[in-house]
Write a new protein. Structure first.
Length: 274
C-alpha cells in the first residue's frame, strides 16, 4: 500500500496522463467474499493504517471495504480524512450495510459481484445498495460478471445517474500476453473472460469502450446515457465533476471519438492526442 500510494503520488506530480488517484480494494475485506484476494492479508485498520491509507495528498483515494469488518468509527475516520469509501467484497447484512452508509460509505464496488445477494427475507448488500437513494453503484457490463437482466433491474431501482460503468480490468487488457501472475498464481484471459486455475473470475478483460457498447447493446440504453455512465456519473462519485466528466468550458479536455459503429477512433487527455 505504501509503495502504491508513493507511485501514484509521483505519477500525479509528473503529470502522467490520466492518473487521478488510487483505489485501495482492500485489505479490509470479508473472507467469505474474498474473490481472488489473499485473505491472509485481510485485517482491521488501526489509527496508523488509517493515516497510511489516506496519505495520498495530491489525488483521489477510493477505499473498498466490507462494512461489517470495519468499525463505524474507522469508516468515519477514513471519510473525515478525505477518502471516498465504497462497500465491496462484503458478506454484510442489510443492517450492517445500512450502518456503513450512515457512517459515510458512498457507493458499491462492482455491484452484485463479491457481495451478499438480495433475497426475499434477507436483502443483503445488494438489497441495501438498490434500496438506498443516495449511493452510487459501479457495474461490470461484460455480460459475464452480471446477467444483463440484473443490470437492468439495478438501473430501474436506482435513480438516474447513480449507476456507472467500471471495468475491473486486469493486465491482459491492452496487452498481447493473456496471462499474468497474481499471488503467485497464473491468471489467464480467454474469450474476454479472466479466470484463475480453479475457474473463478479474477477481474475482467473488459475495456471501457466495450463497456459502453455493451450498455447500448445489452441494456438498451441510448449512446449518450451509456457515455454518461462512463464519464459524468463516475466523476460525480469521485467528486471530480467540477472539472471532469463533461464537455464544458473549464473542464479537462479528456475526450474519446467514436465512429458510427462505436469503435474508438481517437482519444485526448487534457487536450493532448493519445
Amino acid at each position: 500500500m505504501r509503495a502504491a500510494i508513493s507511485a501514484v503520488r509521483e505519477a500525479i506530480a509528473q503529470g502522467v496522463p490520466g492518473v487521478l488517484g488510487i483505489h485501495l480494494e482492500g485489505p479490509y475485506l470479508a473472507p467469505a467474499r474474498k474473490g481472488t484476494h489473499d485473505a491472509g492479508k485481510f485485517r482491521m485498520p488501526d489509527a496508523t493504517e488509517i493515516a497510511l491509507a489516506t496519505s495520498l495528498d495530491n489525488g483521489v483515494t477510493l477505499i473498498t471495504l466490507a462494512p461489517e469488518q470495519v468499525p463505524v468509527d474507522s469508516i468515519r475516520a477514513l471519510v473525515a480524512r478525505g477518502a471516498i469509501v465504497a462497500a465491496g467484497h462484503t458478506a454484510g447484512s442489510y443492517d450492517e450495510i445500512r450502518a456503513g452508509l450512515e457512517a459515510g460509505v458512498r457507493g458499491f464496488t462492482h455491484l452484485y459481484n463479491a457481495m451478499s445477494p438480495l433475497q426475499g427475507r434477507d436483502p443483503g448488500t445488494v438489497g441495501a445498495a438498490l434500496d438506498d437513494r443516495d449511493s452510487w453503484c459501479g457495474v461490470i457490463a461484460d455480460g459475464v460478471h452480471v446477467h444483463p437482466a440484473s443490470l437492468r433491474i439495478a438501473l430501474a431501482a436506482k435513480q438516474r445517474g447513480k449507476v456507472f460503468l467500471v471495468t475491473d480490468a486486469m493486465p491482459p487488457v491492452g496487452a498481447d500476453d493473456p496471462d499474468y501472475v497474481l499471488y503467485g498464481e497464473t491468471i489467464t484471459a480467454r474469450d474476454g473472460v479472466v479466470r484463475n486455475a480453479a475457474g473463478a473470475l479474477a477481474g475482467s478483460a473488459l475495456d471501457m469502450a466495450t463497456a459502453v457498447r455493451n450498455a447500448v447493446a445489452m441494456l438498451g440504453l441510448p449512446l449518450e446515457e451509456a457515455a454518461r455512465m462512463a464519464s459524468t456519473y463516475p466523476a460525480q462519485f469521485l467528486k471530480l465533476d467540477a472539472e471532469r466528466g463533461r464537455i464544458a468550458a473549464g473542464c479537462s479536455a479528456d475526450l474519446v471519438l467514436l465512429d458510427d459503429a462505436m469503435q474508438v477512433v481517437d482519444t485526448w487527455i487534457a487536450g493532448r492526442a493519445g
